[in-house]
Design a protein around this ligand. Structure first.
Ligand code: FMN
Length: 242
């Protein structure tokens, strides 16, 4: 028993995790604004590399824009019937923005001790350096070449491709937090990668360098939503014990 967490919410977590399905047809019920806002606020607590939060969560509420985003989702029914969308947007530049904000928070903090301040200066400073390199197109071909020889290098946040991959990967934790949180509130979701990234980027006026790892459709499942049997690859083959 972890005494820091005496009330274990396993049952609630499992119920939410099992309730969450990719729903492709929503009914016309609207989601209370406060609920969506609460989900987005929780998503900000998702872990991220160096606490850099290299993402934005674009909450699409305005009906005309919603219709345009739905149209950019390749005619998917989940999109056409969604009550709300959250477009997850990521970029190394957003990580750098967080780094600057975090450093100024650290410098002005009256509660952090000198050791903590030194730790954050070093840690955040390191990410600033790496992401600074990441914005340079010069490194991308070199990293790609190195990754051919050493595949594990494919995931380092250096070079503009590596930096975007890194940002997208981090944003996905926030996306999953939104969907599990939604499930805990009885709200359904559908994660979607089937959309025109260039169209959505244009609709949201995203800066160059930003990527869209996921569009999340939110709503309440329609009575006749087709929900397939939930199959998974055998757990015994996914879990590799060492
Ligand atoms: C990154 C990602 C992209 C996905 N894109 C789509 C999509 O474009 N359209 C869709 O209907 N479902 C999409 N899905 C949902 C998956 O098909 C679904 O999660 C999977 O089949 C497992 O079903 P479950 O979520 O109900 O457990 C996506 C899921 C993920 C994680």
């Amino acid at each position: 028993m972890n005494t820091h967490h005496p009330v274990l919410p396993w049952d609630g977590f499992q119920a939410a995790n099992r309730f969450r399905r990719a729903i492709r047809k929503f009914n016309s019920t609207t989601i209370p604004e406060g609920d969506v806002y609460a989900l987005l606020a929780e998503a900000a607590f998702a872990p991220s590399s160096g606490n850099m939060q290299p993402y934005e969560l674009h909450w699409i509420r305005e009906p005309a824009l919603k219709a345009k985003v739905a149209a950019a989702c390749n005619g998917q029914k989940a999109a056409a019937t969604a009550a709300d969308f959250v477009v997850v947007v990521a970029s190394p530049a957003m990580g750098l923005r967080t780094a600057r904000a975090q450093l100024s928070h650290v410098e002005s903090s009256t509660t952090l001790g000198p050791d903590s301040k030194a730790y954050y200066r070093k840690q955040v400073g390191m990410f600033q350096k790496i992401l600074g390199i990441g914005s340079s197109a010069f490194w991308s071909p070199l990293v790609s070449l190195a990754a051919l020889i050493r595949p594990t290098l494919s995931l380092i946040p250096i070079g503009h491709t590596g930096g975007r991959q890194w940002a997208a990967r981090n944003a996905i934790f926030a996306a999953q937090t939104i969907m599990l949180g939604a499930a805990a509130k009885g709200i359904d979701s559908c994660p979607m990668e089937g959309f025109s990234a260039s169209q959505v980027a244009k609709l949201l006026d995203l800066p160059r360098g930003a990527v869209i790892p996921l569009v999340i459709a939110l709503g309440y499942r329609a009575d006749d939503a087709r929900i397939e049997e939930r199959w998974r690859y055998p757990i015994s083959d996914i879990v590799v014990s060492h």
